[in-house]
Design a protein around this ligand. Structure first.
Ligand code: SF4
Length: 326
């Protein structure tokens, strides 16, 4: 399979806002939030790559960097082997139609003043696609195909008149209306109740196959990553600590953080004991991340070198890498 997206040493630092006095007391040194720290991976055409980790690990920032919604501090994003920072304005506009995002909270990502039809039409207007009649026909066709039925009736409805499942489908339709190749799905089911979650996951799977889509699926929930993803990358404090084929990650996790996350996934058996210890404490501050392995203050297996050196990726198998000294 060909690569669609390649990310190399992607880094995002946010300067910490300080008062003038704090700045002087800090000796004039600026501090930065290390949101994304030298992240590298690729996504093949037709693949679903899961980006998983606790909140604050840098997953959503990575997704926004890939889409060009925020500018990286360093590193590169390539789409079909072209560095997106080298594209002209016109090329970038064309690319924007091909890469889309589904946000976490459908209610806040839809304008309450726009009807369903207007919300789905909006990207078509931005990209000046089709006549008014063609746009309406396309929207109604897409609504039918993703289960927003009866399409003619729902077309005129407003977000507050829809159920949770319908709202999530409208957000999906808005992302799909420009015929994208690549979708960043940022916790697309996090706000949905359990019955809607299953429906949306199933729909995303069907759409991927029918429309030949490629996904970056951002989630804190490993159970959904296991269901939808072909490969999974685990992020911790801005870095990817383990990446591999889904079955490898779930059957033979290597990194202690991955093992701990997997052991925290609920299983429907009250008698089953956890195999791994849950990491102690919170994710450390991203302003002053721990030296060496970022995970060492919480790791039950830490060794002297863990607090001194950054562990590099090593191959666990042909399709599985982990950044750990163990
Ligand atoms: Fe734990 Fe050391 Fe591995 Fe980091 S490198 S996960 S601290 S054993």
């Amino acid at each position: 399979m060909n690569e669609l997206i390649r990310v190399t040493n992607l880094t995002k630092l946010y300067p910490v806002q300080k008062s003038f006095l704090d700045f002087i007391f800090a000796g004039g040194n600026r501090e930065y939030v290390h949101a994304v720290d030298s992240v590298s991976f690729s996504i093949r055409k037709g693949e679903v790559l899961g980006l998983a980790g606790e909140s604050g690990s840098g997953k959503s920032t990575t997704g926004r960097l890939i889409l060009g919604l925020i500018h990286p501090t360093g590193g590169m994003v390539e789409y079909e082997n072209r560095d997106i920072s080298s594209l002209s304005r016109k090329e970038l506009k064309t690319l924007r139609a091909k890469i889309q995002i589904v946000f976490q909270d459908p209610n806040s990502s839809l304008s309450p003043r726009m009807s369903v039809g207007e919300a789905i039409e909006h990207p078509l207007k931005i990209h000046r696609m089709g006549t008014k009649h063609e746009r309406r026909e396309k929207i109604l066709g897409l609504m039918e195909s993703i289960g927003l039925t009866p399409a003619g009736f729902l077309y005129k409805k407003y977000p507050h008149q829809l159920s949770g499942g319908q709202t999530q489908r409208v957000v999906l339709a808005r992302a799909l209306i420009t015929d994208p190749d690549f979708l960043v799905a940022d916790e697309p089911i996090a706000m949905a109740d359990v019955s809607v979650r299953a429906m949306i996951l199933e729909l995303m799977k069907t759409l991927k196959d029918n429309l030949h889509l490629t996904y970056l699926f951002i989630t804190h929930d490993l159970a959904t990553a296991k269901y939808l993803c072909d490969r999974v990358a685990i992020m911790y404090l801005g870095r990817i600590v383990e990446i591999g084929e889904r079955d490898e990650i779930f059957s033979y996790p290597h990194h202690p953080y991955t093992k701990a996350l997997l052991s925290a996934v609920p299983v429907p058996d009250p008698g089953q004991k956890r195999k791994e210890k849950i990491p102690q404490g919170e994710i450390p501050s991203a302003i002053h991340p721990p030296a060496g392995c970022h995970f060492h203050p919480r790791c039950p297996y830490k060794m002297p070198e863990c607090s001194r050196e950054k562990p590099l990726f090593k191959d666990i198998s042909q399709s599985h890498m982990s950044a750990c000294f163990l």
